[in-house]
Design a protein around this ligand. Structure first.
Ligand SMILES: [Zn+2]
Ligand SMILES: [Zn+2]
Length: 312
């Protein structure tokens, strides 16, 4: 493996100029129509880029273009095209990742609250962060960032589902050992939740998912990490329930978690449908080590279910 690193100060300096950012975004060409509308990376000639750049003279423009090659742009026979870094930057610019702060009026979510069971959940957005809370019992369910591009392209109706899909897959990717932000190696461990005052709360444990390369961190109930286990998918399928329709803010009130041991960690995650119980034993890194299906015993009291949260 070779690693050609550039000093970050050197790499970002050429971007502080509107002509150059226009060149980068001009290489993302509008494609499609209606619902399928989007942008796609392309190759453009010197004169096409000059046209798009707003620069006054070709000599001045040539200077700006030189600042972008070879780190962000590569010159080919057909013209100028993106390097990996150039495409990442252009995408971040057009999606507003570093420039847009979205606030949005609360929208009603038609799912019951995981705490009180009432249909009182609302999702509000402040500075790109979605907060789901219950206006019936007043409890906060989760607060997680959602990128500006997602807010722009989803309406009030489709936003909650898009947000749910994004985090469901982030949890699955991280639990599988890969960071959704940077592709780095991620690790998971079960631990007790830390309260606001820094003390460890004995109940319930959380799965702490972290990327060793970029520092991306997510915490979620242990239950969320078993959601795509074949035994869980099969159990729900056998009972005619599509687990994909259960949002992360309420995975269903039939789920239970119990700590069988915290040294070494063993958490029993169980669920019950139509008189049948599925039990999964989860080890210290969140992997399922054993599963069992049997007819249900008398039910245990519910533990709080709650959705994932990023570390602050
Ligand atoms: Zn509630
Ligand atoms: Zn990462």
């Amino acid at each position: 493996m070779t690693d050609d690193s550039v000093d970050p100060g050197e790499a970002f300096r050429p971007l502080g100029n509107e002509v150059r950012t226009r060149v980068l975004t001009a290489l993302l060409e509008p494609v499609g129509e209606g619902e399928g509308r989007g942008v796609a990376p392309t190759t453009k000639t010197f004169s096409e880029l000059f046209e798009a750049s707003g620069a006054e003279t070709t000599a001045g423009f040539a200077y700006h273009l030189r600042q972008l090659t070879d780190h962000y742009l590569r010159e080919t026979d057909g013209g100028y095209t993106f390097t990996y870094a150039g495409l990442q930057i252009a995408r971040a610019i057009v999606s507003g990742a570093y420039t847009e702060s979205v606030d949005r009026e609360p929208v009603t979510i038609p799912d019951p609250c995981p705490f009180c069971g009432e249909v009182g959940l609302r999702a509000a957005v402040a500075d790109n962060t979605v907060s789901v809370s219950c206006h019936d019992c007043g409890r906060d369910v989760l607060a997680l960032p959602f990128p500006p591009g997602g807010h722009r392209t989803h309406d009030d109706e489709s936003l909650p589902a898009a947000f749910d899909r994004l985090y469901r897959h982030r949890v699955a990717l991280l639990a599988g050992g890969t960071c959704p932000e940077c592709g780095g190696r991620a690790t998971s461990r079960v631990e007790y939740a830390e309260r606001g005052d820094g003390a460890l709360d004995p109940h319930p444990p959380r799965l702490h998912l972290a990327c060793g390369a970029c520092g991306y961190t997510l915490r979620c109930p242990v239950t969320l990490a078993v959601f795509d286990h074949p035994a869980v998918v099969a159990f729900y399928h056998d009972h005619g329930v599509d687990l994909r329709e259960r949002p992360i803010w309420n995975v269903g009130r039939e789920w239970r978690e119990a700590v069988l041991s915290d040294d070494p960690w063993c958490v029993r995650v169980s669920t019950e449908l139509e008189g049948e119980t599925l039990e999964l034993l989860v080890g210290r890194d969140g992997t399922v080590v054993e599963t069992a299906r049997h007819s249900s015993p008398t039910s245990e009291p519910a533990t709080d279910s709650a959705a994932p949260s990023t570390a602050r």
